[in-house]
Design a protein around this ligand. Structure first.
Ligand SMILES: [Zn+2]
Ligand SMILES: [Zn+2]
Length: 255
């Protein structure tokens, strides 16, 4: 199995270089490895969890030096959404710099003009704002897939009619736009969340993926590795979730 979601030491909360990941991927017989560190932003926003903008050239340089032999390496970045970055993603990253792919990911949402983290989602209003930003991200056509679309579960603990409405909005858009949704393995390796039903993984949310089976969508299984030894972590478990709910899985993002 391949993996298209990986982070390096540059984001300040992961380890390993591009070359370290390539070696780990070769050991696991991967055919394609997508590197997707957290994108730097031109205004250095949220820089505590991403490389500084000044490091972007050096990140790119790593790909030129890497020894690939019989493995294909895709140069990518995981991107936050705010309309102000659209030009940067389109013209600079995909244009001038010729990145192979970008991941659309929402870790921050704007609630009442303040940016909040996913873990702060509490109300139906927050959920609809999350869905709105995620769908805006999808509609740009800039992203190869959407990371952890069920990430709202990091803050919204119960599965109720509000969570379901949010999921339906996301799944309806993914079907309409034919954009793959990620079953993210990192959520399986994080501490569990306690709720009224007991405990569950931060994500993937089984209720979300059960609902997804009623839509004509595709999924992609990724480890979201934050260290080279996790390059294939949780991929089998993610695939098992897709199989359980009869969801089609893609293992290559190249068009
Ligand atoms: Zn990260
Ligand atoms: Zn990630």
């Amino acid at each position: 199995m391949n993996n298209f979601h990986t982070h390096t030491w540059r984001c300040k909360h992961a380890s390993g270089t591009v070359q370290d990941y390539v070696e780990a991927a070769k050991k696991n017989d991967m055919k394609i490895l997508g590197m997707s560190d957290h994108t730097p932003l031109p205004d250095n926003r949220w820089s505590h969890v991403r490389m500084d903008f000044s490091e972007l050239d050096a990140y790119e340089e790593e790909f030129k030096k890497v020894e690939t032999d019989d493995i294909t390496i895709l140069k990518g970045l995981e991107c936050e959404w705010d309309p102000i970055y659209q030009g940067f993603y389109r013209d600079n990253l995909l244009g001038e710099r010729n990145f192979d792919f970008l991941i659309g990911a929402v870790h921050y949402i704007k609630i009442d003009n303040e940016w909040s983290y996913l873990g702060e989602i509490r109300t139906a209003k927050d959920l609809s704002q999350y869905a709105k930003i995620l769908i805006e991200t999808m509609r740009t056509g800039l992203f190869s897939f959407i990371a952890h679309p069920d990430g709202f579960g990091a803050g919204y603990l119960e599965w109720d009619s509000n969570a379901e409405a949010c999921a339906i909005d996301i799944l309806t858009a993914a079907e309409e736009l034919s954009i793959p949704l990620e079953i993210n393995g990192y959520g399986l390796r994080k501490p569990k969340i306690l709720n009224l039903k007991g405990s569950r993984n931060v994500y993937p949310l089984l209720d979300f993926w059960e609902l997804a089976s009623k839509f004509d969508i595709t999924a992609i299984c990724n480890s979201d590795a934050h260290r080279p030894e996790d390059v294939d972590a949780s991929l089998k478990e993610c695939r098992a979730i897709a199989d359980r709910f009869n969801i089609k899985v893609i293992d290559d993002i190249r068009k």
